[in-house]
Design a protein around this ligand. Sequence first.
Ligand SMILES: C[S@@+](CC[C@H](N)C(=O)[O-])C[C@H]1O[C@@H](n2cnc3c(N)ncnc32)[C@H](O)[C@@H]1O
Length: 268
Amino acid sequence: MKGKKKTTPNLVIFMDLVAEGDEVLLYLNDRKSWILKVERGKKFHTHKGIINIEDLIGKPYGSEVLTSLGVALKILPADYLDHLEKIARKTQIIYPKDMAYIALIANVRSGSRVVECGTGSGALTSYLANMVRPNGKVYTYEVREDFQVNAKKNLESLGLEKFVEFKLKDITKGIDETDVDAVILDMATPWLVVEEARKALRVGGRLVSFSPTINQVEKTVDAMEKAQFINIKAVELIMRGYKVKVNETRPDTIMVGHTGYIVSGRRC
Ligand SMILES: C[S@@+](CC[C@H](N)C(=O)[O-])C[C@H]1O[C@@H](n2cnc3c(N)ncnc32)[C@H](O)[C@@H]1O
């Protein structure tokens, strides 16, 4: 049941109710939550007790369900970020702060055709797939079959696999696609792909590469200059969180000091 109307004398509220087949987030606190599919006749076990999944059907989103131990869990619709936090990691994945900036400066949008390497755990692939849909495509290259299998599962759990073509191939041996809008690299030797990227990109298309070390940045920029890319830039994004409390607000004591550098340029 979706968008059911609840009326009071002065107010009309449209409430979304949990329906069979929905994917819901059961929220305990900021550190612990679960995603589950709403099905009849099944139980869901947590360390805070058990719930009968079908008891969720018909409850308004935003309300709570009690476990067998009397613990209240809030019910929310599971969204892309909920899934991203829970994907199975077999590799280091791109941090959200870098992911969003990479997609922006690669000019990825609905309908884009994007080449990506390596697939890794598919975290960046999923973000790109979410942006290019419904008519675009992400062509993602990976050399390790076990990583590719895991990434496919992750994309399937997000319902985004149809916007991705998974390629089991060493990208330094060549990019099969031509006239693509962007090439995005998160791999150990991006400088070995720059010439291939130039051939694959349409004129005006963007190359963006993420690397944890500065020697990778130097080699990549050097290769991009030789391949006559323009607007070549290298940046590092540093994000600092805050502990917010009235009259006591201050930066978090511990922060992620470094993730990687982002090199970008445009094919001329
Ligand atoms: C750091 S991981 C990528 C993580 C990914 N961006 C994510 O967010 O989940 C780097 C991946 O690049 C792959 N890789 C490295 N060199 C490659 C190459 N020449 N061709 C294809 N894949 C490569 C590795 O096997 C590894 O899975």
